[in-house]
Structures are given as structure tokens and as C-alpha cells.
Design a protein around this ligand. Structure first.
Ligand code: SAH
Ligand code: SF4
Length: 372
């Protein structure tokens, strides 16, 4: 029997080290790795035939053994406020979402790291789907690669995406190695060249991995807090039972020693009558104590069957004021892309949802898979 041909390696998931190893394996000079990286990520080229400064033999080998392939786009929705959401097919009935949020200058892309999520926070529709699987580094990076191609450049030739937040589906620090490789590619000057301050990993509090990220690749950190004490946080974020608040706060302090920003962002979803009283706000002040931080209050985005309600606007403002009066920079997140279910916690790109998505979408643009 002939030996099976190995599956082509997807270059979207190889960082500088991975590409260098591939080139070394094939007897190519090390600088070829950087050339490849620029073709793939800076220029968004998927067809090796177009990589004209590479030797023909190398291109032929790449065409045979490698690929540059993003997941197929199942749907492309544009919100009235310009927010855009892509539903990506990651195989075996799983789909994930990425969301582009335009801003005055360069916009923000929110990307997913897992199909589903095992943390199962009480208020999160991704969590309610359960965990399906980790995305690999190529599937994570492909979200940015694809969005850059789809959005094109601004009139002055600048890229439109200036910030990337790991706030889509999944818990990035429970998919650590793929997330780390993806971060390295996002920061690489031969790829996307994003500054560490403009890449944010959001976590529900996987304490040991916060410590590892600090050492391996410190980027901006957002921690989903949602409660000022362990009893309530155990209910809202079940992972708190494993890594309680005292440990989480210690990890945040440790992270700041290497972080590119001199504060931690705490996210706090505002749930009516659950975690939104003045007493909760005051307890938060005691919890964070002198830890340099900012708060981002997220009005809860309801989904069917959640059994929870969004705190009223005046309650959120009053809660914010208590934090502000104590000297903490506090913002209330604007809800964007509501009409296309692109807001935080509404990303639910599972396949069972497809029929519903079809009904809901007013502008669905069928797109193709790009192969190298
Ligand atoms: N798993 C990571 C990142 C993805 S969730 C985390 O939990 O941090 C990104 C943010 O959306 C988190 O702060 C999360 O708490 C919040 N979120 C989840 N469901 C939400 C909902 N229904 N309404 C508002 N925010 C929600
Ligand atoms: Fe997972 Fe984050 Fe949703 Fe919690 S909020 S279930 S950690 S995706």
C-alpha cells in the first residue's frame, strides 16, 4: 500500500518559528520564511503562484504540501450601525463567529477561539451551547486574515482593523497553545504588526494561564469579573470554584508586572437584581483595592431562555458613578450590532442555529473558500 499523503500544512497557523522550521526542513534559506509570512498575512495572498519572488521549485513544493485556507464563510451580516459579522464553518457541524466593529479611526475585530465554551457562565449563550472543540491557530488567525481581505484598506492604504479582541466565542486561556501561536502571528511585524496594547485577551479567570501569558506573550488583559464575592461569582462564572477571587486578583497583580498597559480591564455584565446594587459596587471597590484597573460595564444582552434581565439604564449609570467617584475609570459598553445578534454574549454560531440565522439575516452574502 502507498503511504498516505500528509494533509497540507495551513500556513495561516504557523508563526515565525513554525515557518522557519518548515523552510529549514525543505532546505530553504531562513529569509524565505519571512517572505512567506509577508505574502500570506501582509498581502493576503493565498495562491502560491502569485508569490513571484519565490523560486519556482519552492512554489511548486508549497502548492503540493501547503495551503493558505480560511474556513468557509457561511454568512456575512451587516448591521445598521456598520457592525459586520461573519459566520465561519469550522467543520463537523460547528460554526463560529467574528465581528468587526467600525470606529472613528481604525476598527476592532472580535475573534473566537473555541466552538462553544466549557466554562458555562450563567448569562452567556456560547456557554449554554456546551463545548465542542478548540480552534487551531490557523482557524483563529484566519478570522483576521479573512476580515482584512473582506474589508480592504482605507483610502490612505492603511489597514482598517487596528485592534483585535479575543472576546468572541470561547475561553482563550482554555485553548492556550493555539491562542499563543495566534498572538505571536498578530504581533509579528512581517504579519499584522499589531501593538501589544492593541491586542486584548479576555478571560473568565484561568489563573495559571494568566501567569503563563504574562511570561510568554503579555498583551492587554481583560478579566470578566461580574461579581464582587466568591458566593455570587461561583454562580455566575462556575470556574470561580476552581480559581477563587483572591487567586484571580493575585494573578492580575502579577500580570501587571509585564503587561503592556498599566491597568487591567474588568468586564462586568449588568444583570438586573443579581449583581447591580450599590452594595455590589462598593464591594467591588474593596475587592480591587489599589489594583490599577478600569471597569467596562456591559449591559446584559438577553437571549431566549436565559431567565435574566438587563439592568435598567439609570441603575447602570448609578453603579458606574460609584466606581467613578472612587477614582476608577469606568465605561458603559455601547451595544453594537444588536440587530444582527453581534453583541457580546450573543455569538451563537452553532450549526443548529443555521436555519434560524437564515431567517434572521436580511443580507446574506454567499462567499467561497480560498485555497492555495
Ligand atoms: N471567555 C472569555 C471571552 C469571551 S466572552 C470571557 O469570558 O472573558 C466576552 C465577554 O462577553 C465577557 O466579558 C463575557 O462575560 C461577556 N458576555 C457573555 N455573555 C454576555 C451577555 N449575554 N451579555 C453581555 N455580555 C456577555
Ligand atoms: Fe465561556 Fe466567556 Fe461565555 Fe463564560 S462568558 S461561557 S467563559 S465564552
Amino acid at each position: 500500500m502507498l503511504p498516505a499523503t500528509p494533509a497540507p500544512v495551513n500556513l495561516l497557523g504557523l508563526d515565525a518559528q513554525g515557518l522557519a522550521a518548515l523552510c529549514a526542513d525543505w532546505g530553504e534559506k531562513p529569509f524565505r520564511a519571512r517572505q512567506l509570512m509577508r505574502w500570506v498575512h501582509q498581502r493576503g495572498v493565498a495562491d502560491f503562484a502569485e508569490m513571484t519572488d519565490l523560486a519556482k521549485a519552492f512554489r511548486a513544493r508549497l502548492a503540493e504540501r501547503a495551503t493558505v485556507r480560511a474556513p468557509a464563510v457561511l454568512a456575512d451580516h451587516v448591521s445598521a450601525d456598520g457592525t459586520r459579522k461573519w459566520l465561519l464553518d469550522v467543520g463537523q457541524g460547528n460554526a463560529v463567529e467574528s465581528v468587526f466593529i467600525p470606529e472613528a479611526n481604525r476598527g476592532t475585530l472580535c475573534i473566537s477561539t473555541q466552538a462553544g465554551c466549557a466554562v458555562n457562565c450563567l448569562f452567556c449563550s456560547t456557554g449554554k451551547q456546551g463545548f465542542s472543540r478548540n480552534l487551531d491557530a490557523a482557524e483563529i488567525v484566519a478570522q483576521l486574515w479573512w476580515a482584512n481581505r473582506a474589508l480592504g484598506a482605507s483610502p490612505d492604504g492603511e489597514r482598517i482593523i487596528g485592534n483585535v479582541v479575543f472576546m468572541g466565542m470561547g475561553e482563550p486561556l482554555q485553548n492556550y497553545s493555539a491562542t499563543l501561536t495566534a498572538l505571536r502571528i498578530l504581533l509579528d511585524d512581517d504579519a499584522y504588526g499589531l501593538s501589544r496594547r492593541r491586542v486584548t485577551v479576555s478571560t473568565s479567570g484561568v489563573v495559571p494561564m494568566i501567569d503563563r501569558l504574562r511570561n510568554d506573550c503579555p498583551v492587554a488583559l481583560a478579566v470578566s469579573l461580574h461579581a464582587p464575592d466568591d458566593a455570587l461569582r461561583n454562580e455566575l462564572v462556575p470556574l470561580n470554584r476552581k480559581y477563587p477571587l483572591a487567586e484571580l486578583m493575585a494573578a492580575c497583580r502579577g500580570y501587571l508586572e509585564r503587561a503592556p498597559r498599566d491597568f487591567i480591564t474588568f468586564e462586568y455584565v449588568m444583570l438586573d437584581g443579581v449583581n447591580d446594587t450599590d452594595a455590589h459596587a462598593r464591594a467591588l471597590l474593596a475587592l480591587v483595592d489599589d489594583l490599577p484597573c478600569k471597569f467596562n460595564l456591559i449591559p446584559f444582552n438577553p437571549f431566549p431562555g436565559s431567565g435574566l434581565r438587563r439592568s435598567p439604564g439609570d441603575r447602570i449609570r448609578r453603579f458606574a458613578q460609584i466606581l467613578i467617584d472612587a477614582g476608577i475609570v469606568t465605561t458603559i459598553r455601547r451595544t453594537r450590532g444588536d440587530d444582527i445578534d453581534a453583541a457580546c454574549g450573543q455569538l451563537a454560531g452553532e450549526v443548529q442555529d443555521r436555519t434560524r440565522l437564515k431567517e434572521r439575516s436580511r443580507r446574506v452574502v454567499p462567499l467561497m473558500e480560498v485555497r492555495g
